[in-house]
Design a protein around this ligand. Sequence first.
Ligand code: FEO
Ligand code: CA
Ligand code: CA
Ligand code: CA
Length: 601
Amino acid sequence: TAGGGEAPAGTAFTAVAPNTEDAVVVPEGYEQAVVIRWGDPVLPGAPAFDFANQTPQAQEMQFGFNNDFAGLLPVEGQPNTYLLVVNHEYTTEPFMFAGYDPENPTVEQFQTAITAHGLSVVQVKGEAGTGRLTPEFGPNNRRITANSEFLVTGPAAGSDLLKTTADPTGTRVTGTLNNCSGGVTPWGTVLSGEENFNQYFANAEQVTDPTVAARLKRYGIEGGASERKWERFDPRFDLVQEPNEANRFGYVVEVNPWDPASTPIKHTAMGRFKHEAATIYVTDDGTVVSYSGDDERFDYMYKFVSARKMMPGNGQSSMRHNLTILDAGTLYVAKLSGDKPDQIDGSGKLPSSGRFAGKGEWIPLLRTGEDGKAESLVDGMSAEEVAVFTRLAGDKVGATKMDRPEDFEPNPKTGKVYVALTNNTKRGEDGKPAADEPNPRNNNKNGQVLEIEDEHAGTGFTWNLLLVCGDPAAADTYFGGFDKTQVSPISCPDNLAFDPHGNLWISTDGNALKSNDGLFSVVLDGDRRGETKQFLTVPKGGETCGPIIEESRVVVCVQHPGELDGANADQPASHWPDGGAAQPRPSVVAAWKSGGGRVGI
Ligand code: FEO
Ligand code: CA
Ligand code: CA
Ligand code: CA
């Protein structure tokens, strides 16, 4: 074991070496197996997966594509039984349809892709002595797709900015798109962030109103046809015909997985941006704090502090109350300052203090009362405008431009909050912001992890960088002060989780070190703080996401296996998990210690 002495509980395993295998690789003495794959049945009557004959009718009852977030919720009174709730972020049509022509998608392919988006709720059963999970048809199994109805709540509900031909009330949205990371709430629901929704909308260049055009641009909605060309099949994806449709995506979505008939919610009091996720911390008095990153180069970190208190218990009246928690409260954006601003030169060299650290404040943008009345706290913007064009509000108040905030998650053991800043290769380019202390490298290919001591319901915080990721042999990396000869290389941190011992676990997306993405444990406290060890790697071209670290089981999502940057539009670089010449299939994987027993002990 590295570093001398005993590895802290939860991290005592032999690190997996970087590799480019077309397989999930776990430490010696561990096993892994697929839980569920794209196309596997979710609802009774779903046909078996048949790559040559995918149809919208089949897909609507099967597990969707490109799983990102995973939540595992124990079913009360049924030992070893869980609801697995998973996001399906986006579709990769060339991997989904034999002979796909990107210039001429068919209506059948469009409808199949629509139903491959969204979320799945699947009951899974564990087995004694292993971490294996097997899907079953439970009463709560459900598919939510880009065709499902959502209820809009909060200050933008009913706003003119959300009204369309199909929904003149501005309160009922068809579908959810690009659901990336998420979070499980203490009241038993699942939150999901609508992230890169910009890519679904066409013809922004024909919008002539300069205010509308500027808003579209700030959200990355560009002119011309969309990549998937859905606008050919449904006018809501054509901004000329439905200029407000894009304003109906980019929210935190809440799903009650315990009621398959429930209408999922889009919470507009939490703002609209490329929400990576929303994760919850509850203060001693029951105030709910939700943290959320806007995953874009030079975009912001946000939190929402509830006005209502969480109601304990899991009865129906508690659930009804708690489903309104995220509709009233204050939305803040983060501004950070460094302790040694004059010593930051963009190289990643540590300042004289020996670490990157500083202070921060939360700037209020929007306050929504329990009566539903909302007040803008930003000059020149209405409350509805702050809710729908939150990025512009952040711009006005001078929030700190970060290196792509992905997951933003509180440690349940310590209350400290962590942010994965995945990378930002444009940092320091001409005309772009240069390095600062929280984002200390120009042309940042490998990302960093920020640690925050937050006043949770208050407006102050202190911060430091736990990790400055990359090859530990490189001078521009930092591993919490730990011996860099004794850590695993790590690049592009994306999703965060905590094990029952309080260690941080990080999954990566886009490894810039030429090996596959994976999952890592990081020690946070004591003299081994910063010790980083790779627990698994995923197949070629895949992203590791949605990690769940239980006492005796690790669950990860393997997203977009085979998708290597730009090189393989119709030639996937992976045949995992089915092998042979099969198409790669995004899948959820469970890993455990052979013969059972606690992970990392
Ligand atoms: Fe979909 Fe920011 O990752
Ligand atoms: Ca993803
Ligand atoms: Ca992500
Ligand atoms: Ca990512």
